[in-house]
Design a protein around this ligand. Structure first.
Ligand code: NAP
Ligand code: MG
Length: 402
C-alpha cells in the first residue's frame, strides 16, 4: 500500500519516561507504516534539555511558530527530587511554561468519549471543552499578612509620577491582603484563541465571570471578550454557526451540569484550573483527555493532558510490560496530523487522522483496553492488554480499514 504524503513537516517534540517509551511504539506501529512522516524533531528529554542548557525547548517553540503545528510528548518538570535523580546542574523551568510564553497561548482540554466509560453527570451526551486563560490573576499575585490595626491602599504610580489610590481596608486587627492583575493584551489573546477554537471545532462558546461583584476587574474581561467578538468574530461565528454566550460564573456552573455538553467553556485562570479537573474526573480519566495549546496567531501544539507516568516507567525499567493507556498520546498525533492536513489541504492525511482515532475508539468499544479503563468500563472489558498489545490491536484495526 502506498504511503500517504505530507507536504509540510510538523514539529515533533519528544519527552520523558513512560510516554517517551510509548512515543516510539506509536510511531513505529501506527504512523510510519501508513504515512511518509515528515517531522522536525526536537528532543526535550530531560538529558538533552540539560545538555543544551534548555535551548532545545526555546528552539522547539520557535519551530512551532515557523511551521504552525507541533506535537509534544509529556516531559519532566524538574524539581529537587528530579535534580538528584538525573544529576541536573540546575532546575530548568517547565517546558510547557516556556513554550506557552513564546507562543502566547491558551490551553484547551477535551475528554475523549467512549460509550463504555459513562460521564458521572448523566445528562452529558457530548464532551465539554475547557479553554483556560493561562496568565495572571491569583497565579501571579502579591500577598501580605496584616499583623494588626492599620490601613491598606492600592496605589498606582503612573509613568509621569502621579498617583491613583483606592482604599482596600481599614484593619481593626490581624488579617491578610492580596493584589493581583491582568493585562488587556493577554485577555485579548485569550479571547481570540477561544473564538478561533470555537469556529474551528464548530462549538458554541460560553464565557463567564463574576462581573456583578467584580465590576472593574471581571467587568474588563467581559468587555474585552465582547469587543473582540463584535469587531473581529461576529460574522465569522455566524458563518460557522457558532453562538457566543456570556453569563455569570455561578450560572454557568449550574447550566453546565444540566447541559448535554458539546460546548467550549472559556474560563479565567482559576476557574479553568478548578473546572478542568472537575470535567476530567467527571468524564473518565486523565488518560482520556486531549490538550492543545492554541496561539492567537493560529499556531497549534498538541499533547496529552497527563504527565510522564513515572511509576509505570520504573516498573517498565524492571522489565514489566505495563498497561499504560496511550490514547491521549495517539490523539495528540491525530490532532496534529489533522491540523497539518487542514493547513496543507491534504485530504488523505486528514482521512488518515480520522481513521486512526476511529480505530482506537473501535478497539475500546469492542471491550479491548488498558488497565485504567478496565476499572471504569461498563459493561466490563473483554480483554485487558499491556500497552504494546493494545497498540498492536489498534494497528490491526487500522490496517483492516476499520
Ligand atoms: P502523571 O504522569 O499524569 O501520572 C499520575 C498517575 O495517573 C499515574 O501514576 C497513573 O496512575 C495515572 N495515569 C496518568 N496517565 C496515565 C496513562 N496514560 N495510563 C494509565 N494511567 C495513567 O503525573 P505524575 O506522576 O504526577 O507526574 C510525572 C511527571 O510528569 C512529573 O515529572 C511531572 O513534572 C510531569 N508532568 C508533565 C506534564 C506535561 O508534560 N504535560 C503534565 C503533568 C506532569 P496509576 O499509577 O494509579 O496507574
Ligand atoms: Mg489544577
Amino acid at each position: 500500500m502506498a504511503k500517504i504524503n505530507m507536504k509540510t513537516p510538523l514539529v515533533e517534540i519528544d519527552g520523558d519516561e513512560m510516554t517517551r517509551v510509548l512515543w516510539t511504539v506509536i510511531k513505529e506501529k501506527l504512523l510510519l507504516p501508513f504515512i511518509d512522516l515528515k517531522t522536525e524533531y526536537y528532543d526535550l528529554g530531560i538529558t538533552n534539555r540539560e545538555n543544551t542548557c534548555d535551548d532545545v525547548t526555546v528552539q522547539s517553540a520557535n519551530a512551532i511558530k515557523r511551521l504552525g503545528v507541533g506535537v509534544k510528548c509529556a516531559t519532566i518538570t524538574a524539581n529537587a527530587a528530579r535534580q538528584k535523580e538525573y544529576g541536573l546542574k540546575q532546575l530548568y523551568p517547565s517546558p510547557n511554561a516556556t513554550i506557552r510564553a513564546i507562543l502566547d497561548g491558551t490551553v484547551f482540554r477535551k475528554p475523549i468519549s467512549v460509550s463504555r466509560v459513562k460521564p458521572t453527570v448523566s445528562t452529558w451526551k457530548k464532551p465539554i471543552v475547557i479553554g483556560r486563560h493561562a496568565y495572571g490573576d491569583v497565579y501571579k499575585a502579591s500577598e501580605m499578612e496584616i499583623d494588626g490595626p492599620g490601613k491598606v491602599d492600592l496605589v498606582y504610580t503612573k509613568a509621569d509620577g502621579t498617583e491613583k489610590r483606592v482604599k482596600v481596608a481599614d484593619f481593626k486587627g490581624r488579617g491578610i491582603v492580596q493584589g493581583m492583575h491582568n493585562c488587556d493584551e493577554s485577555i485579548k489573546s485569550f479571547a481570540r484563541a477561544c473564538f478561533l477554537y470555537a469556529i474551528a471545532e464548530k462549538l458554541p462558546l460560553w464565557f463567564a465571570t463574576k462581573d456583578t461583584i467584580s465590576k472593574t476587574y471581571d467587568g474588563r474581561f467581559k468587555a474585552i471578550f465582547n469587543e473582540i467578538y463584535e469587531t473581529e468574530f461576529r460574522e465569522k461565528c455566524a458563518g460557522a454557526g457558532v453562538d457566543y454566550f456570556y453569563t455569570l460564573i455561578d450560572d454557568a456552573v449550574a447550566r453546565a451540569v444540566k447541559s448535554e455538553g458539546g460546548f467550549l467553556w472559556a474560563c479565567k485562570n482559576y476557574d479553568g484550573d478548578v473546572q478542568s479537573d472537575m470535567i476530567a474526573s467527571a468524564s473518565g480519566s486523565l488518560a482520556m483527555m486531549t490538550s492543545v495549546l492554541v496561539s492567537p496567531t493560529g499556531v497549534f501544539e498538541y499533547e496529552a493532558a497527563h504527565g510522564t507516568v513515572q511509576q509505570h516507567y520504573y516498573r517498565w525499567q524492571k522489565g514489566e510490560k505495563t498497561s499504560t493507556n496511550p490514547a491521549a498520546l495517539i490523539f495528540a498525533w491525530s490532532g496534529a496530523l489533522a491540523k497539518r492536513a487542514q493547513l496543507d489541504n491534504t485530504g488523505d492525511l486528514s482521512d488518515f487522522s480520522k481513521r486512526l482515532e476511529t480505530a482506537l475508539l473501535k478497539v475500546i468499544e469492542d471491550g479491548i483496553m488498558t488497565g485504567d479503563l478496565a476499572k471504569l468500563s461498563d459493561p466490563p472489558p473483554q480483554k485487558i492488554l499491556n500497552s504494546w498489545d493494545f497498540i498492536d490491536a489498534i494497528a490491526q484495526q487500522l490496517a483492516a480499514g476499520n
